[in-house]
Design a protein around this ligand. Sequence first.
Ligand code: AP5
Ligand code: MG
Length: 233
Amino acid sequence: MQPALLPRFIVLLGPPGVGKGTQAALLEKALGIPHLAYGDLFRDAIQRKTELGCLAKGYIDKGELVPDEVTIAMVRQRLAEPDCQRGAILDGFPRTIEQAEALEAALAEEGKAINVVLYIKASEETLLARLAGRWTCRRCGAVYHSLFDPPKEAGKCDRCGGELYQRPDDTPETQRRRIQVYLAQTAPLIDYYRRKGLLVEIDGEGSIEEVQAELMRAIEASRRQIGDEPEAK
Ligand code: AP5
Ligand code: MG
């Protein structure tokens, strides 16, 4: 594994089902920086029936965004933890301009900044096919697809043996709503980050391995730009 040198903050931007979580888990292993998955944090809170979980459930079940003030406070807290000092992969945050501005401010307070925003793109047809076949491990959160990335044994996680389930927000109606919410509230971030010179567009139509290779190339290019060369082995 290649350890991170400078703090590196990588944002994965893209519509529901494009593969952000799948790719972030692989990047976490490759880069040795934590994967912060905001949807997973909310689902965990819902499962544990915490106050945050009860609040978030009403929004998530409808495919709406959890209010900015809740999400922003969570992110600030998480980024202050020791494992984020060398960087993090942000999956599902920011999703609004207000969240993006709050993230920038939180990092700037520590003398840090986002290094690259990887915008993964795919057609709506691809997104719906991916969401329809997704199975997630109830215990460890690992993600599978019944056709494109099946577990060895149906219904059981390869990694931890946990039970696989289909997310309640993956009903056809909520999927469509999530895509609408993405287009209305999150897609404006594409231009926002393009104007800042941070955006790299990634073709998300390929296989998991092809998309991963493209992401790694973009990350290496961004590291060279900031003079963060990989350490000699
Ligand atoms: P979240 O859980 O983040 O959902 P999402 O953004 O809708 O994205 P998904 O997790 O559905 O898709 P993904 O891109 O991660 O795809 P995956 O890798 O699973 O958020 C859920 C909810 O939480 C939101 O709706 C909102 O309510 C709330 N929330 C979260 N963050 C928030 C924020 N910042 N502010 C406010 N509210 C927030 O892949 C999908 C499937 O495709 C899998 O089965 C996978 O195996 C398969 N697959 C992946 N890549 C490929 C490939 N290349 N080829 C073939 N199959 C593939
Ligand atoms: Mg996800």
